[in-house]
Ligand binder design. Structure first.
Ligand code: ADE
Length: 350
């Protein structure tokens, strides 16, 4: 109880002014939480504003095309967030007649909404007592209560969830939830937390035992896998060949270039010997322009080693599939592309 009261008192003087805290509109709360799932507040803010300008209501989001939605998400990464958002908006528009469901179970049933997001919407918009447990909260609780159960194990999650249900302030769940996340984010920071200025210092187990550096505990160490993407940047006068990513893989439904994936980095000679290359080029009428541009791109569980091979070729010598489009270079900006491709395109035009 002291814990909750202290957290809320701290919040009232230290909170940031954020647009989604000035509304209880569940659509805006939902949107902000989805953006903030894998994105820092400073980076997410401009996207939040642009997205709300483009799609002010859930019905307007539902009525948009997936391309438009992805285009507004471009640069944020983790695009399945945007696809799920769009899918759920259509559910709300049709099944719930545009009125956001106000029951926790109904909210949880929407596509892409898990227990965290459902609790955030239920509490911030409808003041229901469902505790939010995100990375900030796991860190804070594990340190303050000295809990070393792994936060990524089933038992650990259950333990933290039970604790969080006991702690939540039943009279003001919305403020309590904002407060505990803000406290974890600003005060109980991941590395070198400022314990000297912390109002919970005297009752914090990790502080007393010198464990702030070793809590929270994670059981799995996920090593990112390496992937090698060889992009064919095929120019035919002013036209460039784009590829829509249709397979079940990263960046689904966004655009990149015709791609040959390999198990290691390739030079031009090695590229020519790949089966995937022969699948794209049916004729021999092409030439490489200079050395490939190499860019490394880090995703959560994958490291993409990208090589961009710039080529001159007549597009009619290429086996153009349904997923490929020829486009004037000047029109590239109307396509939703992953950040990696955006980085390369900046190269290309400057
Ligand atoms: N991170 C996730 N949700 C947040 C919120 N509502 N406010 C600030 N940071 C957040």
């Amino acid at each position: 109880v002291d814990f909750s009261k202290n957290i809320i008192r701290w919040y009232n003087t230290h909170k940031r002014d954020l647009p989604w805290r000035e509304t209880s509109d569940p659509y805006l709360v939902w949107l902000s939480e989805v953006i903030l799932q894998q994105t820092r507040v400073e980076q997410g803010l401009p996207y939040f504003h642009r997205f709300v300008d483009a799609f002010p209501t859930v019905d307007e989001l539902a009525a948009a095309s997936e391309d438009e939605v992805l285009k507004h998400w471009q640069g944020l990464g983790y695009y399945s967030r945007a696809r799920n958002l769009h899918h759920a908006a259509k559910e709300i528009s049709s099944r719930w007649k545009g009125k956001f469901p106000s029951d926790y179970k109904d909210i949880l049933s929407l596509k892409g909404i898990g227990t965290y997001t459902a609790a955030a919407i239920a509490s911030f918009s409808f003041n229901l007592p469902h505790p939010v447990i995100d990375g900030n909260v796991y860190r804070l609780l594990s340190r303050y209560f000295g809990i070393s159960s792994p936060i990524d194990s089933t038992n650990g999650r259950k333990e933290f969830s039970e604790l969080a249900h006991r702690l939540i302030d039943l009279e003001q769940p919305a403020i309590y939830n904002q407060a505990i996340m803000e406290f974890g984010s600003l005060q109980c920071k991941p590395s070198s937390p400022d314990c000297g200025s912390c109002p919970l210092m005297h009752s914090c187990v990790a502080f007393k035992k010198g464990l702030t550096g070793s809590l929270p505990v994670k059981s799995k160490k996920m090593k990112p896998s390496d992937r090698y993407f060889n992009y064919l940047v095929i120019l035919d006068s002013e036209n460039i060949l784009l590829n829509r990513r249709v397979k079940q893989d990263i960046w689904k439904n966004m655009y990149d270039f015709p791609l040959v994936e390999s198990s290691s980095e390739l030079n031009t000679t090695q590229l020519l010997q790949q089966d995937g290359f022969r699948d794209i080029f049916t004729a021999d009428s092409f030439s490489f322009e200079g050395q490939p541009v190499r860019l490394k791109h880090q995703l959560t569980h994958q490291t993409i080693h990208a090589s961009f091979f710039r080529m001159q070729s007549r597009h009619h010598d290429i086996s153009i599939t349904d997923s490929m489009v020829q486009e004037d270079v000047s029109r590239l900006s109307s396509y939703a592309v992953p950040r990696l491709i955006e980085k390369y395109l900046n190269f290309l035009v400057t």
